[in-house]
Design a protein around this ligand. Structure first.
Ligand SMILES: NC(=O)c1ccc[n+]([C@@H]2O[C@H](COP(=O)([O-])OP(=O)(O)OC[C@H]3O[C@@H](n4cnc5c(N)ncnc54)[C@H](OP(=O)(O)O)[C@@H]3O)[C@@H](O)[C@H]2O)c1
Length: 212
């Protein structure tokens, strides 16, 4: 059975992906800080591994036996990116799905782009951009995912833009991002070497709807 390592498994999107994958023949290693927070639903398919993505040692230990790494991380994102790349290379794992954010290429046009900078500049956007370039320069088989502003609606509705294209829309559900990640884990040839903007169709505007 194919094995995926989920980094940041207590994250909101990650938990949706985990639930989706339970319906498939996939083994999941769930890597998180403070593992007491997560309950396993199917012990034949899921393991908890406590660890910190700022620790190369923890990551290398966790990667043994995995074919795919899905990183749903936050925080010290540049250090985490470097460690994930180094651990994957040390373990000979090629396939990485990396959750990033909109705006890392200054690809968000118009007033929304300006607003997004106002909200995210000053440490977040810059470090997420640097982390993404670590991934892009890694030589790994990566897919970077750049979600619009996230909400917790259950609706799955999304469209994609590619690196070099202007970002579309303002918002997207975590359930939509989880759907995309699940599809890639099930078919790892999808979106190889791509950096994908992901938005809900017809949500163009100056801000996500809940800010209006
Ligand atoms: N909010 C938005 O509108 C928006 C839009 C675009 C992109 N994003 C980005 O999308 C990503 C995923 O979103 P989400 O909603 O799933 O985020 P989330 O719930 O905050 O999940 C991120 C996870 O990263 C884990 N993490 C942070 N540092 C770690 C470390 N050193 N070692 C291990 N795990 C670590 C956190 O662990 P703990 O549970 O231990 O803290 C958390 O569970 C985030 O990077 C977020 O910034 C957000």
């Amino acid at each position: 059975m194919k094995q995926v390592l989920v980094l940041g498994a207590h994250g909101k999107i990650a938990q949706l992906v985990t639930k989706n994958l339970l319906a498939h023949d996939i083994q999941q290693k769930l890597f998180l800080r403070n593992s007491a927070r997560l309950q396993i639903e199917d012990p034949a398919k899921e393991w908890l591994i406590e660890g910190n993505a700022t620790s190369l040692f923890d990551l290398q230990q966790a990667m043994t036996g995995s074919e795919i790494v899905y990183a749903n991380l936050a925080g010290e994102i540049v250090e985490e990116a470097r460690n994930v790349v180094a651990a994957m290379k040390a373990k000979g794992i090629k396939r990485l799905i990396w959750i990033s954010t909109l705006g890392i290429y200054d690809e968000v046009p118009g007033n929304y782009g300006k607003w997004n900078h106002e909200q995210l500049d000053g440490g977040y956007l810059e470090t997420y951009a640097e982390a993404a370039s670590v991934i892009e320069d890694s030589g790994l088989d990566y897919t970077i995912i750049r979600p619009a502003w996230l909400d917790d609606q259950t609706e799955i509705a999304y469209e994609l833009t590619y690196k070099g294209q202007a970002f579309k829309g303002t918002e997207v559900s975590r359930a939509s991002i989880a759907d995309l990640v699940t599809k890639i884990i099930l078919d790892p040839e999808l979106y190889l070497g791509e950096s994908l903007g992901v938005n809900k169709p017809n949500t163009d505007g100056d801000k996500p709807a809940w800010y209006n």
